[in-house]
Design a protein around this ligand. Structure first.
Ligand SMILES: Cc1ncc(COP(=O)(O)O)c(C=O)c1O
Length: 331
């Protein structure tokens, strides 16, 4: 499998007693928020494979999609520029004609001069068709376009997380991660990371017994289908991949809506920052670690994959200010 080297790896493993106390079990954190500089997070691991494929096919432009504050779109735009490709981003927002605050991920998309096209949630439902139309438009003017699906979540992208589990295995052998990890917990937005982790654990079962994927949108049935289709695609590309390890999808902690966290979730992530210095954000990692802290059947030892998303937090000042007001200045 062709792969570019885009990430700073191995990413560190991090443990803090105050976080254990807050979550209610021993928690090791795999710091994939440190995979890079501005392009950091989980998406860049997928892009090592997707961008290698794009270059092998002679691409001159990449097209992808996501929400207005998509971490995936931002990582794709930054990496595309690094590789000399032109990024085109189809970003979902309620009212594309309204001025959009230039903050967080969108600020970085604009900074690298991505061709940002705002679309409505309704148009977004037909994103595959829209991206194919943009690809035709680019081809007609002599570009070679490469389309990356939402979240970089397809069979090829998921190899990024098969490789991440192999990295964890080496860290365990080196003594940086204890044995007997019950659960590998992760936020789930389009399913590619969870699919890759379950395939990786099948190859390296000592790393953790199972994956717990905390949905931040849609529901369990949706992700069961999405993840199983990504797994099938990956296994068709690499027939040495075994059946995936057990994976539980939790959709009971996703909060009020995608991109909207409950007061309880915001208070939790504020508390995490104040007792341990670990920075989560309200759309993905904050909800996933909150979910882990609320599991009925809590594991003795968990490994939490910190998937990044810091620019998303930096676009949420007003929402967070309300949480700080509740927590008080000293926390
Ligand atoms: C910060 C962050 N964490 C987790 C995820 C979820 O990863 P996946 O889309 O592979 O399910 C995403 C993207 O959706 C993300 O941006």
């Amino acid at each position: 499998m062709k792969r570019l080297s885009l990430c700073h790896t191995p990413t560190p493993l991090w443990h803090h007693a105050a976080l254990d106390a807050l979550v209610g079990c021993e928690v090791w954190v795999k710091r994939d928020d440190m995979t890079s500089g501005a392009a950091a997070g989980n998406k860049i691991r997928k892009l090592e494979y997707l961008m290698a494929d794009a270059l092998a096919r002679g691409a001159t432009a990449v097209i992808t999609c996501g929400g207005l504050q998509s971490n995936h779109a931002r990582a794709t735009a930054l990496v595309a520029r690094e590789l000399g490709l032109s990024p085109v981003l189809l970003l979902r927002t309620k009212d594309p004609s309204a001025p959009q605050p230039l903050s967080g991920n969108l600020l970085l998309d604009r900074l690298v001069g991505a061709d940002v096209r705002l679309i409505t949630p309704e148009q977004y439902r037909a994103r595959a068709v829209l991206m194919a139309q943009v690809a035709d438009e680019l081809s007609a003017r002599g570009e070679v376009p490469y389309v990356i699906p939402e979240g970089g979540s397809n069979g090829l992208g998921s190899f990024g997380y098969v490789a991440a589990v192999e990295e964890l295995f080496e860290q365990q052998i080196a003594g940086d991660l204890p044995a007997e990890v019950d659960l590998l917990a992760v936020a789930c937005g389009s399913g590619g990371t969870a699919a890759g982790l379950a395939l990786g654990l099948a190859r390296c079962p000592s790393v953790a017994r199972r994956v717990a994927a905390f949905a931040v949108c849609d529901d369990r049935a949706y992700f069961e289908r999405a993840i199983s289709s990504i797994v099938q695609e990956a296994r068709a590309l690499d027939d040495s991949l075994p059946e995936p390890a057990p994976l539980d999808i939790h959709d009971e902690f996703k909060g009020p809506a995608y991109g909207v966290a409950s007061d309880e979730q915001l208070d939790f992530l504020t508390r995490v920052a104040r007792v341990s210095g670990l920075v989560l954000e309200p759309t993905y990692t904050g909800k996933a670690l909150f979910g882990l802290s609320r599991l009925h059947d809590k594991p003795a030892r968990a490994l939490f994959l910190h998937t990044g998303g810091l620019p998303g937090l930096l676009a949420e000042g007003e929402v967070m200010a309300a949480a700080w007001a509740r927590a008080g200045a000293g926390g």
